[in-house]
Every structure is written in structure tokens, then in C-alpha cells.
Ligand binder design. Structure first.
Ligand SMILES: NC(=O)c1ccc[n+]([C@@H]2O[C@H](COP(=O)([O-])OP(=O)(O)OC[C@H]3O[C@@H](n4cnc5c(N)ncnc54)[C@H](OP(=O)(O)O)[C@@H]3O)[C@@H](O)[C@H]2O)c1
Length: 373
């Protein structure tokens, strides 16, 4: 309840012949800028949650889950894109005119500014697992993040949510992780109330984690003897958490580590995938120097493959550093063993496609009930 403001249930407004009630909780005042965010309508995609949000990196994996959540409650969303084809699926997620695509280039500051200046919230999901001829890790994770944070500060944006990564550390042997940490520091120095989000490996439909493990048949992942410990997190849970941060002003200036409910070694994950898909997954351990050499050779191919830097990441255990987690957002992370079948079923051959999970695979009963009855 906002002090001195008593809209309450008594207030009524006539909109297109309908009587619309307004409640005090329909109005939020940003503690940073004093800007008022006013919700209108019943709460669906044709109403408005009062926010204008820019989501950099929305054309990626997490982006579509986040846009979906924002659009279904009627946010106006600026969708910065490089390739028109990559953002088409996002346009239909919101009501007519609510999703506003804008072409950007990371080195064209004016294009970035145009995408930010009317917004009250900016999400920066920009990131890349590998370097390209045109963009290094540093270009995307540090320089671009810094420019966006500066522009957000210039235009007095209320909320800035910066996507980093689990294990981000300036001293990390992985350039991906060290530049993510540098990006965090730069963003914080420019926009102190930014919220930093560090997810572990995200899985879901069309992910680059479970799908890659299943596709590689285990050959490329038995690095470190498959003993690296990770805490994969469902992409839906991460999107829900990021959506909660939109009005969660108490998350400003905080860092969140978002991990799944359980720790797995890669070996355990491969065993789970084997049980779930009936794939004949091999058991060959590839020593790190050989794996790195193979990755470097594969990186000469014109299409993206496993990068050498990703091999470094596969050697690092996921370690929580004591910052905030899902618990502080009152979110219960979903279980990979229960939801995993949804994403792995497509790797089954037609012989096993409809078979229930084998006895002994955790979550088999639950999956059987939701998927087959
Ligand atoms: N997926 C994971 O398991 C995981 C784990 C930890 C952290 N993260 C971080 O979480 C964020 C979202 O992950 P994600 O899996 O959704 O990433 P993603 O699928 O790789 O998407 C990355 C986004 O960044 C954009 N981008 C990359 N390089 C760009 C450039 N040079 N210019 C303009 N746009 C560029 C991409 O645009 P285009 O579509 O135009 O390429 C895309 O929209 C990223 O920052 C990632 O590093 C992800």
C-alpha cells in the first residue's frame, strides 16, 4: 500500500462502456525514480501491467521464455534484434502493438539508445558461449553490458537486470566466465542498483545442455572422468525468477545464483539420459588436453561446435557463493528427473517413443501419470 494514495476499491473508471475497478495494488511507485507504474485491465495479454521493458538478447533461448511471461500480462516490450527472422516468433507472444521490434547493432550506440529510452526496465541477456570473428567474449559480456548500463543510467531506468553466469570469476580459466565477472563489476559500477543473475546450465526445449549431452552420445563430455558437479536449472524457473524481479524492487542491488534442486556429476546425467532415451551412450573419457585440441580443430568448421572454452567450463564444479537464490524469490526449482523426459523424449527411437520410463528412474511414476494418461 502506497502512503497517501488511496485509490482502493471504491474508485471506478468507465472504459469503453465497461466499469473497471482500480485497486491500490494496481499502482506501484518506483523507489528509484518515483515513476508510477499503473496496471489496467484484468491481467491478461490485452491488459497492461504498466511496464515498458527492453530485453536485449531476447532472440536467444531464455529470451523467449521471459518475453512470454512479460507479454502475457500485457507489458510493452522492446525487442532488439539483429536478424529479422530471429524475432518473428516473439511478435505473436503479445497483443497487437505490444511487442515492438527494433534493429540494433552492438557497436551502434544510437540503435541501443533508441531501444532503451522509452523503457522503465532493461534486461540484458546478451551472451555467447563462443567467440566469433566479429565479437570476442569481452565485446559482448563487458563492453556491450557497460554501454547498455550507461544508457540505462542516462535515461533514468528503474530496473536493470544483468544476466551473468554461475561460477563467474575474474580469475576463472574460462574466458566466458572471467568476462561475465568483469561485466558484472562494470555494470555494478555504472548502475549500482542492477540485479545480477547467475544461472547454472539451463535446460528446456531446444537447450544446449541436455540436448547436447544426448546428441554427443557422451563422447565429448566424459571430460574430467565425468566427475564435474553441476546443478542444471530449468529455463522456465529462471524466466519466472527474472519476471518476479520486474516488480521486486527489493531485488535491486542484489545478486542471485539460480540453480536446480540437485547436484549431479556429468556421469550421473549421462546415466539418466541413457535410462530415459535408451540411447547407447558410450563410456569414453577424453582427457582435457585432447578434448581442447579436438574442440580447437572443430572450431575451424564454419558452423558452431563445442568451443574450447566450454571444455574449461566443464571442468568447474558449480559452487554457490552464499548470495541470494530461488528461495529468496519463493520459487521452488523443478526437478530435472521429473521434467527431463519432456525434453529428452525426442531422442528416443520410434521403438521406444511411447514407452513409460523404466522402473527405477527417479520421477518415473509422476511422468507416467502426466504424460500417458
Ligand atoms: N544457456 C545457459 O545454459 C546459460 C548458462 C549460464 C549463463 N547463461 C547466460 O544467460 C544469457 C541468456 O542465455 P541464452 O542461453 O538465452 O543465450 P543464447 O541463446 O546464446 O542467446 C544469446 C542472445 O545474445 C544475443 N547476442 C549474442 N551476441 C550478440 C551480438 N554480437 N550482437 C547482438 N546480439 C548478440 C543473441 O542474438 P542473436 O540471436 O542475434 O545471435 C541472443 O539473443 C546469456 O547471457 C548467457 O551467457 C546461459
Amino acid at each position: 500500500m502506497i502512503a497517501g494514495f488511496n485509490l482502493a476499491k471504491q474508485s471506478k473508471q468507465t472504459v469503453a462502456g465497461l466499469v473497471q475497478k482500480r485497486f491500490a495494488h494496481d499502482l506501484i511507485v518506483s523507489p528509484k525514480t518515483g515513476r508510477t507504474i499503473i496496471r489496467t485491465g484484468g491481467g491478461g495479454r490485452s491488459s497492461s501491467n504498466g511496464h515498458v521493458v527492453t530485453v536485449f538478447g531476447c532472440t536467444g533461448f531464455l529470451g523467449r521464455y521471459l518475453i512470454n511471461r512479460l507479454a502475457r500480462e500485457g507489458a510493452h516490450i522492446i525487442v532488439p534484434y539483429r536478424d529479422e527472422d530471429d524475432m518473428r516468433h516473439l511478435k505473436v507472444m503479445g497483443d497487437l502493438g505490444k511487442i515492438v521490434p527494433m534493429e540494433i547493432h552492438l557497436r551502434n550506440k544510437d540503435s541501443l539508445e533508441a531501444a532503451i529510452r522509452h523503457s522503465d526496465t532493461v534486461y540484458n541477456l546478451l551472451g555467447r558461449d563462443y567467440e566469433t570473428r566479429n565479437f570476442s567474449f569481452s565485446d559482448i559480456h563487458v563492453e556491450a553490458a557497460g554501454v547498455i548500463a550507461e544508457l540505462a543510467q542516462k535515461h533514468d531506468i528503474d530496473r536493470f537486470i544483468q544476466m551473468s553466469s554461475m561460477n563467474a570469476d575474474v580469475d576463472s580459466p574460462s574466458r566466458f566466465l572471467s568476462t561475465k565477472a568483469e561485466g558484472e563489476q562494470l555494470v555494478r559500477s555504472i548502475f549500482p542498483s542492477a540485479t545480477i543473475v547467475r544461472p547454472s546450465f539451463m535446460y528446456g526445449q531446444e537447450d544446449r545442455f541436455l540436448a547436447r549431452l544426448a546428441m554427443s552420445r557422451g563422447l565429448s563430455v566424459r571430460i574430467n572422468g565425468g566427475m564435474t558437479k553441476v546443478r542444471p536449472v530449468n529455463v522456465s524457473d529462471v524466466a519466472t525468477a527474472m519476471h518476479k524481479m520486474l516488480d521486486g524492487y527489493n531485488t535491486a542491488g542484489e545478486t542471485f545464483e539460480l540453480v536446480g534442486d540437485k547436484v549431479y556429476t556429468y556421469k550421473e546425467l549421462l546415466d539418466y539420459i541413457k535410462e530415459t532415451t535408451n540411447l547407447d551412450i558410450g563410456d569414453i573419457n577424453v582427457p582435457k588436453p585432447i578434448a581442447s585440441l579436438m574442440a580447437k580443430a572443430m572450431n575451424l568448421l564454419p558452423w558452431q561446435t563445442l568451443g574450447a572454452d566450454e571444455i574449461e567450463r566443464m571442468m568447474l564444479d558449480d559452487k554457490l557463493t552464499g548470495v541470494k537464490t530461488f528461495k529468496d524469490l519463493e520459487i521452488e526449482p523443478s526437478s530435472l528427473e521429473i521434467t527431463g523426459i519432456q525434453y529428452l523424449r525426442r531422442f528416443r527411437t520410434n521403438l521406444y517413443s511411447d514407452e513409460p520410463l523404466k522402473k527405477g528412474v527417479v520421477g518415473a511414476k509422476k511422468v507416467f501419470h502426466t504424460s500417458y494418461l
